[in-house]
Design a protein around this ligand. Structure first.
Ligand SMILES: [Ca+2]
Ligand SMILES: [Ca+2]
Ligand SMILES: [Ca+2]
Ligand SMILES: [Ca+2]
Length: 252
């Protein structure tokens, strides 16, 4: 049986009645993910990647209305492979993560550079950690398009449910260099946002699409308790229409 949801739940709008949770959901949890402090704080270790003026990567490929501000992240000088990270504590959200579940969207701008056949590469990872620091899963972002000599930004994102037991996020930046002394791979606008899942996300992958429609039909026809969207213990056409309302509110 499903817990009846409010319209706020349908639309994915965060209730403000949940204290710390309400402030956390819907907000970017990555601190200084846009490099605009002009420093690496709070990324550690601080002697790895660097903030660099945004004139370096330029603005080619930026989506309309998206700005990289004055600074972005880059490997620049240093080791051929450089890595830094920050940890985001989710202890206050434990009951939600292990109960109804929370969806996490990880997004950023990335720019790899390929010149002369070699690639300088930026990799962003968001690892889902348990209380002991063990990894339960991850989301990863890379530049999907880096033609030789074309130095453009790509906006990338990945979404997924936080595994039960997730208590922290570990956000990592890693660059690797093909040759020379400077790594020309960039990142900016790094964001990790948590949200309540849509009730119509039957497949629990963070997205609502026709896969969920067919998954609902399957459990509906099978009389599965998960199809009881009205929550009264019976499965009938009212549940079908209740599912449709959630589906139409979330699909897209
Ligand atoms: Ca920036
Ligand atoms: Ca690119
Ligand atoms: Ca889905
Ligand atoms: Ca029902």
């Amino acid at each position: 049986m499903r817990r009846a949801r409010t319209l706020n739940g349908i639309l994915g709008i965060v209730s403000m009645a949940g204290g710390a949770s309400a402030q956390t959901l819907g907000a970017n949890l990555v601190v200084n993910g846009d490099a605009e402090t002009g420093t690496m704080d709070p990324w550690t270790p601080t002697d790895q990647l660097q903030v660099t003026p945004s004139s370096g990567p330029g603005s080619l490929g930026l989506p309309g209305g998206v700005s990289i501000g004055d600074w972005c992240f880059a490997g620049v000088l240093g080791s051929a492979v450089e890595r830094c990270e920050q940890t985001i504590d989710l202890g206050a959200l434990a009951s939600q993560i292990d109960g109804e579940g929370l969806v996490c969207e990880f997004s950023a701008l990335v720019q790899d550079r390929v010149a002369g056949g070699g690639a300088d590469v930026m990799r962003l990872r968001l690892r889902f950690l348990d209380t002991g620091g063990g990894e339960l899963g991850l989301l990863q972002l890379t530049d999907p398009s880096a033609p030789n000599g074309v130095f453009d930004w790509n906006e990338v994102s990945a979404i997924g449910f936080l595994p039960v037991g997730t208590r922290a996020l570990l956000c990592e930046m890693e660059t690797s260099r093909n040759a020379g002394s400077s790594t020309d791979a960039f990142a900016d606008n790094i964001s990790a946002v948590l949200a309540e899942p849509c009730e119509a996300d039957i497949t629990r992958d963070g997205r609502v699409n026709t896969n969920d429609f067919f998954a609902f039909l399957t459990i509906y026809q099978a009389g599965d308790p998960g199809a009881d969207f009205t929550g009264e213990g019976d499965i009938n056409t009212n549940d079908f229409f209740a599912f449709l309302a959630f589906y139409q509110g979330c699909a897209g």
